[in-house]
Design a protein around this ligand. Structure first.
Ligand code: ADP
Length: 394
């Protein structure tokens, strides 16, 4: 079965095509487009490329298209991407404005461009459905909670891949199996020692998730992608009292305040340099104090959440770095792991410096907890769930 995984931004479209069977999947093609203005033409071009490259003879050979949808109103999990998914995305479009509208539009467009293919959505929130209510709720009046304000969590497919892969790397095949089957069977008891992971997805947007026996127990991302760690240009954690204070004092409209919090804040806002950690590191090397402050703030925020989940988990067996910054950023990994030896987390500086964008164990040989760099592979998680959804495979 051929499954195309569509990664949609407002002006970008990336894809991978997986050949799937009951044992798993392999990537048979991938590609991407930037500065997209006409999504229909771009999909047609991608299909023509797949034909020209001999991946398919006809677009009808693609059995399914999978979408990594972010946040649905009253909807999560892995579901057929029909009108109810579009409605759920539209219902929270204002909460995830950079993510929901491109996916709603993309699902509509794929439905037209590839009428033969089954469309499937895996919500990024799905991995967090077993989080304890005490961690998922905010201390709000009932009327706020009734309109869906709660902690949802994002980057679910990425953190789920880390749950599976870190268990495999630690020889915990039992836990890897539980995590792989999580959306079919739900959480399952583990014989023997619990397996405790803190996963740091650090990229254009970032989150830290605590994982016990293959299941998320908590995450730094809250109601919207504007929460938790400082994001590339989005604020991350902010005291709710700051918003009305800034609006009144600076004379900002709600729209303008929202724009500044979602486009001019985060690492960009604090550094005043860029939303890209590479540029910020270069500026810090040149002695820019604001750039150094942004890097320090990011590291401190990551450590804050690691500490929170180590307490919840009762310890840690593996600390994992993934996504663009996590995979490529030895400097940040070093800052995050500083002085954690007493907690059983010992970074090997040489292994850390040598590791870029490859899977590696960067802990010392005597470190009680492993420290891994694991390249993100959310597409594989998605392709597998899509395959199960449409083939009714157990
Ligand atoms: P997205 O969330 O947009 O998919 P990625 O996971 O690709 O993002 O991460 C992109 C980020 O990774 C960039 O903004 C950049 O800050 C960071 N990054 C990429 N390469 C490096 C590097 N060599 N050193 C430090 N950071 C890097």
């Amino acid at each position: 079965m051929l499954v195309l995984i569509a990664n949609l931004g407002s002006t970008s479209f990336k894809y991978r095509v997986f050949l799937m069977d009951e044992r798993g999947g392999v990537v048979v093609a991938k590609g991407g487009y930037e500065r997209v203005t006409d999504h229909a033409a771009t999909i047609d071009d991608a299909l023509a490329t797949l034909q020209r490259d001999g991946v398919i003879d006809d677009p009808s050979e693609i059995d399914a298209v999978g979408f990594k949808t972010v946040l649905g109103k009253n909807l999560s999990g892995c579901v057929i991407a029909d009108q109810k998914v579009i409605d759920a995305l539209d219902g929270f479009a204002a909460v995830a404005p950079a993510h929901n509208p491109p996916y709603a539009a993309g699902i509509r467009q794929f439905g037209k461009s590839m009428p033969h293919a089954k469309l499937v959505a895996l919500f990024e929130t799905a991995f967090y459905q077993w989080i304890d209510e005490a961690s998922a709720q905010y201390a709000l009046p009932k009327s706020w909670r009734e309109i869906g304000i709660r902690r949802y969590g994002f980057h679910g497919a990425s953190h789920k891949f880390i749950a599976e892969r870190s268990a495999e790397l630690c020889g915990r095949q039992d836990v890897a199996e539980i995590s792989q089957r999580l959306y079919l069977d739900g959480p399952a008891p583990v014989a023997g020692k619990p397996f405790r992971v803190v996963s740091c997805h650090l990229g254009g947007s970032s989150s830290v998730t605590g994982i016990l026996n293959g299941v998320a127990i908590g995450t730094s991302m809250g109601f919207s992608p504007q929460s938790g760690l400082p994001q590339n240009n989005r604020v991350g954690e902010l005291d709710s009292g700051a918003l009305p204070y800034a609006m009144r004092t600076l004379g900002l409209s709600l729209e303008e305040a929202e724009r500044q919090l979602t486009k001019e804040s985060g690492l960009l806002g604090l550094s005043g340099v860029s939303n890209d950690v590479r540029d910020i590191e270069a500026a810090a090397n040149d002695g820019n104090p604001d750039a150094q402050l942004a890097l320090n703030h990011l590291a401190a925020s990551i450590r804050h959440w690691i500490g929170a989940y180590m307490i919840e988990l009762g310890g840690i067996d593996a600390l994992v770095f993934t996504a663009g910054i996590g995979e490529n950023g030895p400097r940040l990994r070093n800052a995050v792991c500083a002085n954690l030896e007493n907690f059983g987390i010992k970074l090997d500086p040489d292994k850390n410096a040598a590791c870029r964008a490859t899977e590696a164990d960067i802990s010392t040989d005597d470190s009680p907890a492993k420290i891994f760099v694991i390249p993100a592979n959310e597409e594989l998680v998605l392709a597998r769930e899509v395959y199960r959804q449409i083939s009714n495979q157990p």
